[in-house]
Write a protein that binds this ligand. Structure first.
Ligand code: NDP
Ligand code: GDR
Length: 373
């Protein structure tokens, strides 16, 4: 029997990797996409079949986590064995600007899905995965953070995700729904949204190397994160729903780096040696040397990174480091791609895009470069 999975957030980074993974496993995959004024399926176009095909393996439904009747109708039609709730307003800094919307989507959206499962009496059929986050640990109470570490959320995003975490636990305990929280630490990839820090750095420095931009503007580059690769992490999301009993798991690499180190890795990959001077919002990074052919637009003495107040958050999560021992022992999961390998892959992809863009520009076909980070 073909299994059916429903993914909210299928157009996002994780949704696209998870859809690929489930299709390879022979699932019929359904995804919820939002109506947008521009195409928003770039990350899944390569696996999207002609929607006129009568029985495609990947089907998209218009919907939104703020719309209960729509979610209930889709669940009722699809009757999925597995629901992966990856949809969210997922940007921490943006959640300070749009706290109410973030709560509606990230907290209430999760409740709406769980209620739809209950209302449709799918408790014994449908397994539920909730995209929880290391942001729950916020102001860290223990190093490294594990499943038992107390939460202290530091943003409207994290507070909304904390509600989603507990409502998932509550529906498991109250109604016996097979519902799991994956408490995932930061994970990235060449498909990462352009305004998250790793992608902002790889894309920004590649554009600078190719002469499309001149300077990268950053916030707190001393923040420490435990970065993994999204491909490794979606495998884990599926594994969590294949156990005998539902449970919650931390997923992390157990290794921590600073944003500053990520900038240095990226620069080095482009053949650029950087020198950091100044402190706080006066810090800058100047090009000390350039080797190779990857950064033709950059020369020694150029200032290519500046710290600006704009990208600091009202409350910051300074440090995160996860302990995924439980996932390793119970599920046999180990991450395969290191943060540095991932950075190299991201630079390769963004450099390709920047070169393409430069060629367009040199041939009079100019495209706008978005500088928003
Ligand atoms: P993305 O921001 O790349 O993707 C978010 C997805 O949610 C997109 O498909 C987006 O649609 C969709 N979405 C946003 N708002 C709504 C809404 N109102 N209704 C329906 N769908 C909506 O996130 P990631 O793929 O990186 O993350 C996946 C999940 O995991 C998120 O819930 C995130 O909070 C969580 N998480 C992520 C971590 C990470 O490091 N990546 C770590 C821990 C948790 P659209 O494409 O139209 O914008
Ligand atoms: P985060 O990811 O907030 O951890 O949330 P992000 O990449 O946005 O920030 C990581 C750290 O970098 C610092 N930083 C900057 N961040 C951005 N975006 N832009 C900048 O210019 C900049 N300068 C410094 C941040 O202050 C922060 O400390 C991500 C999201 O995917 C969440 O959805 C997810 O839950 C968590 O990871 C785990």
């Amino acid at each position: 029997m073909t299994k059916r999975a429903l993914i909210t957030g299928i157009t996002g980074q994780d949704g696209s990797y998870l859809a690929e993974f489930l299709l390879e496993k022979g699932y019929e995959v359904h995804g919820i996409k939002r109506r947008a004024s521009l195409f928003n399926t770039q990350r899944i176009d390569h696996i999207y079949e002609d929607p006129h095909n009568p029985s495609p393996n990947l089907r998209l439904h218009y919907g939104d986590l703020t719309d209960s009747s729509n979610l209930t109708r889709i669940l009722s039609e699809v009757q999925p064995e597995e629901v992966y709730n990856l949809g969210a307003q997922s940007h921490v800094a943006v959640s300070f600007e749009a706290p109410e919307y973030t709560a509606d989507v990230d907290a209430m959206g999760t409740l709406r899905l769980l209620e739809a499962i209950r209302f449709l009496k799918l408790e014994n059929k449908t397994r539920f995965y909730q995209a929880s986050t290391s942001e729950l640990y916020g102001l860290v109470q223990e190093v490294p953070q594990r499943e038992t570490t107390p939460f202290h959320p530091r943003s409207p995003y994290a507070v909304a995700k904390m509600y989603a975490y507990w409502i998932t636990v509550n529906y498991r305990e109250a109604y016996g729904i097979y519902a799991c929280n994956g408490i995932l630490f930061n994970h990235e990839s060449p498909r990462r949204g352009e305004t998250f820090v790793t992608r902002k750095i790889t894309r920004g420095l590649c554009n600078i190397a190719q002469g499309l931009e001149t300077c990268l503007y950053m916030g707190n580059i001393d923040a420490l994160r435990d970065w993994g690769h999204a491909k490794d992490y979606v495998r884990m999301q599926w594994m969590m729903l294949q156990q005998d009993a539902a449970d919650d798991f931390v997923i992390a690499t157990g290794v921590q780096y600073s944003v500053r180190e990520f900038i240095q890795w990226t620069a080095r990959e482009l053949g650029i040696t950087l020198e950091f001077t100044g402190t706080g919002v006066d810090e800058i990074a100047t090009v000390a040397a350039v080797t190779g052919y990857r950064a033709p637009a950059v020369k020694p003495g150029d200032v290519i990174m500046k710290i600006v107040p704009r990208y600091f958050r009202p409350a910051e999560v300074e440090t995160l480091l996860g302990d995924a021992t439980k996932a390793k022992e119970k599920l046999g999961w180990v991450p395969e791609i290191t943060a540095h390998e991932m950075c190299v892959e991201m630079v390769a992809e963004d450099l390709k895009a920047a070169r393409r863009h430069r060629l367009f520009r040199e041939n009079g076909l100019d495209l706008p470069v978005s500088l928003e980070g």
